[in-house]
Design a protein. Sequence first.
Length: 298
Amino acid sequence: RALSPRPAVAVRCQEGQLVVTVSRDLFGTGRLVRAAELSLGTAACLPLSPNPAQAFITFVAALHECGSALQVTSDSLIYRTTLFYKPTHSGNPLIVRATPAEVPIECHYPRRSNVSSGAVHPTWAPFLSTVAAKERLQFSLRLMDDEWSKERLSNGFQLGDSLRFQADVTSEGHVPLRLFVDQCVATATPDRSSSPRYAFIDLGGCLVDSRAENTGSAFISPRPRPESLRFLVDAFKFAGGVGNLLYISCHLRVSPAAEAPNPWNKACSFSKASGLWAPLEGTAAICSCCDTGTCPFP
């Protein structure tokens, strides 16, 4: 019987550390990545000294190391980090043969069990499970017509118009979910890290464009359903003659619908009438970090 192929990124969540194993053929194209092109977390931790003869590169890090983020829920401790792939440039600086990639990694541990006794093993979400989840969760982001009744056929706008976005997730056999938009970035090129760059949603769900002068940008209340989110953004373009074409990319995320909105899971707009940030759901306290810029990013 043929064995299942080993995943490109595998994670083992142990009691005090995580072990990440990365295939050198990360994308399955035959182009092998170099260990120097990989790092773990915002602290850019390096892998173990690689053996060129091995087909895998390994990272070992304590749960709190490498800039990992901890989220505490009612029943779990969730450690989050990211595997970064940043390809080195080819000999010709004018061409690019590979694009950067980010692989989110999570380790989930139950709060109500004794994980040090050895009787209970921590649950975890390896990359293979993430891929399987993506096959069941279908995300979409659409421009809608003025009545929010159907998708807008044209993507051309004039200054003074409003862009109506609707984000959705379709889940099959999953627990009820609530959808959030952590960030939306506009650029003049398809590269979301290029300059000029304008993040009109940022800080894990703050619609920062709603605070700009003379804008009506806002999250639309109420939601059509928990797994759908609508928001309005006034049309804009970049100054400086970089053209009238905008590329918009957004990071969509879900949480269990039963989980109360919190600083990690929020949709906040600035109310010019009150001069305060207002949440689509939950209390105003979850939006206070939109002013200080200290929001915990999921």
